[in-house]
Design a protein around this ligand. Structure first.
Ligand SMILES: Cc1cc2nc3c(=O)[nH]c(=O)nc-3n(C[C@H](O)[C@H](O)[C@H](O)COP(=O)(O)OP(=O)(O)OC[C@H]3O[C@@H](n4cnc5c(N)ncnc54)[C@H](O)[C@@H]3O)c2cc1C
Length: 498
């Protein structure tokens, strides 16, 4: 099944109230990186899985807007779920990304001290890290630090070096995990904002408007809305509040200004402003940390960006601030326990809450997925394994990374790879068409952008956006006026001028 529009026959099989309607083993609510990896793990175990996503696409919540750091694990308080899953997830990430063809780099991370007081904080982080089982932590002197990162800020006095730190494309991981889950039998229903859940032995009826999906077990992986989804089954045990983080993304010409991820000493609100290469070769600066109430406020502010610029330029010298290509923000899911909340519901044990997955949630997601699968089995989910499960997902053609011979061979097979649509990132029509037809299928201009990088470059889609919209219209068989930027009513064209 695809995630574009359900053919009528399948739609009725899923949504009617008749006794023939399919009953899934597990309904996963939320297609962020956590829900996507849970779905994949469950298909590996042989469960039938449906993923229900409120938005028009996968990875449109926190998974789309974060630092993309695979944290080493020295920051989380020992004994917490955060500490455990961070370190486990960090260890799983390289092999997982290899299986799924996701961009990952083990670039190491630094926490830089700018005063003697901060140097002491670094020693505390080492002690925490060692208790959490992080390997290879070292304190670098000023000279060693400068030898490792020649552009480090001139007032830096020392640093904590974590060789196991890495960087990953966060939404790339979610697309690949869910795509692999779908290739192994999972179903994805987008534009399905769960607004009611009832349980009547032996299954949950999970509804969105008039549509109902049935499943014997359910997982609440709804990110910042996990508390609201919990309320639907009468659980008022926790709240999730947004903490906004703003970013500046720099052009690829700055991508090698630092090789490690450069953190500052963390504070109560988080890990502070970092300077890091991204898995795709840009340089990222941020995030800020501002507590709020509005779960929809993803604005950036002049003050936020100014503070990022000031701190980043103190951490690393020579950041060309004129090379900013975009700014954006993401919302952390801050719970009221200080830790991830991952447990069966106290009244309905077949319903698993996976809430307050703030940082290091991306790093932890692979380990969380295994843990949730275990919780479901403890709750009675009986699975026999899936002998046909394939963990491998071939990575998409990335035309810009091919040799001239490879490019010629691909174009000889399919001429659409010879037509460059996004010139900033060298993305071809062939790659865009592939993104539209491969699970989980892109149905919007932003969906194409996040899968192919078409529109992610210096012009931010100013030139290629209209061509991508035309390709979407053609491939999906819909009028151009119905193509959206990112689902809902975000139409790009309102009609013809002539
Ligand atoms: C600023 C910032 C920086 C971060 N940096 C890092 C980092 O460097 N490293 C790291 O490890 N972690 C980092 N994190 C944390 C990481 O991004 C998150 O932990 C992770 O993305 C959470 O994934 P998720 O799937 O739980 O949530 P989300 O990605 O938010 O997914 C939840 C999904 O549920 C859907 N949903 C919500 N309500 C409903 C409903 N009623 N019905 C159906 N679907 C629903 C949403 O639309 C969404 O797609 C950062 C987070 C932020 C915000």
């Amino acid at each position: 099944m695809d995630n574009i529009a359900l053919p009528k026959t399948q739609e009725s099989a899923l949504f009617t109230d008749s006794s023939e309607a399919e009953v899934f083993d597990v309904a996963v609510i939320g297609a962020g990186v956590v829900g996507s990896l849970i779905a994949r793990e469950l298909t590996r175990q042989g469960a039938s899985v449906v993923v229900l996503e409120a938005k028009s696409d996968v990875a449109m919540g926190a998974t789309s807007a974060n630092s993309g750091i695979v944290h080493a694990g020295f920051d989380a308080k020992p004994g917490t779920l955060k500490a455990r899953f961070n370190v486990e997830g960090n260890r799983m990430m390289p092999a997982l990304c290899k299986e799924l063809g996701v961009k990952y780099r083990n670039n190491g991370s630094l926490v830089v001290a700018f005063s003697e007081e901060e140097k002491e904080a670094i020693c505390e982080l080492i002690s925490r890290g060692e208790q959490n089982g992080v390997e290879g932590l070292q304190v670098l002197s000023r000279e060693e630090l400068r030898a490792k990162e020649p552009n480090i800020g001139e007032n830096a006095v020392a640093a904590l070096y974590a060789p196991t730190g890495g960087i990953v494309c966060p939404y790339g991981l979610a697309f690949a995990a869910l795509g692999n889950a779908m290739d192994n039998g999972a179903q994805l229903i987008t534009d399905f904002a769960v607004d009611a859940i009832t349980y009547e032995e032996p299954y949950f009826s999970v509804s969105s408007s008039e549509k109902v999906v049935r499943a014997r077990y359910a997982v609440n992986a709804a990110g910042i809305y996990a508390d609201e989804v919990a309320r639907l089954i009468g659980c008022h045990d926790f709240t999730v509040k947004p903490r906004k983080g703003e970013y500046m993304l720099m052009d690829k010409t700055c991508g090698d200004l630092v090789s490690c991820t450069v953190f500052r000493v963390p504070s109560r609100l988080g890990k502070g402003v970092l300077v890091s290469p991204t898995a795709d070769g840009n340089l990222i600066l941020g995030p800020t940390a501002a507590d709020g109430e509005d779960k929809t406020d993803k604005s950036t502010t002049a003050e936020g960006l100014k503070s990022i610029a000031a701190l980043a330029c103190q951490s690393v010298q020579g950041i060309p601030l004129r090379s900013v290509i975009t700014s954006f923000s993401g919302l952390r899911s801050v719970g009221d326990t200080g830790d991830f909340i991952i447990r069966p519901d106290s009244v309905l044990p077949r319903f698993i809450h996976v809430a307050a997955i703030e940082s290091p949630g991306l790093t932890s997601a692979p380990a969380i997925a295994c843990y949730v699968a275990e919780l479901l089995q403890n709750a009675g989910l009986s699975v026999k394994g899936n002998p046909d499960f394939s963990p491998i997902r071939e990575s998409e053609y990335a035309f810009r990374e091919m040799t001239a011979e490879q490019k010629n061979a691909v174009i000889a097979k399919d001429k659409r790879y010879g037509r460059v649509v996004c010139r900033c990132e060298t993305v071809t029509e062939g790659e865009i068409v592939e993104a539209i037809h491969r699970n989980p299928k892109a149905t919007t201009v932003d969906g194409v952008k996040r899968r192919t990088r078409g529109g992610m470059g210096r012009c931010q889609g100013g030139f290629c956006g209209p061509i991508v919209a035309e390709i979407l219209s053609r491939e999906l068989g819909i009028p151009l006026e119905q193509v959206t930027k990112s689902g809902g009513k975000s139409y790009l064209n309102v009609g013809k001028t002539k």
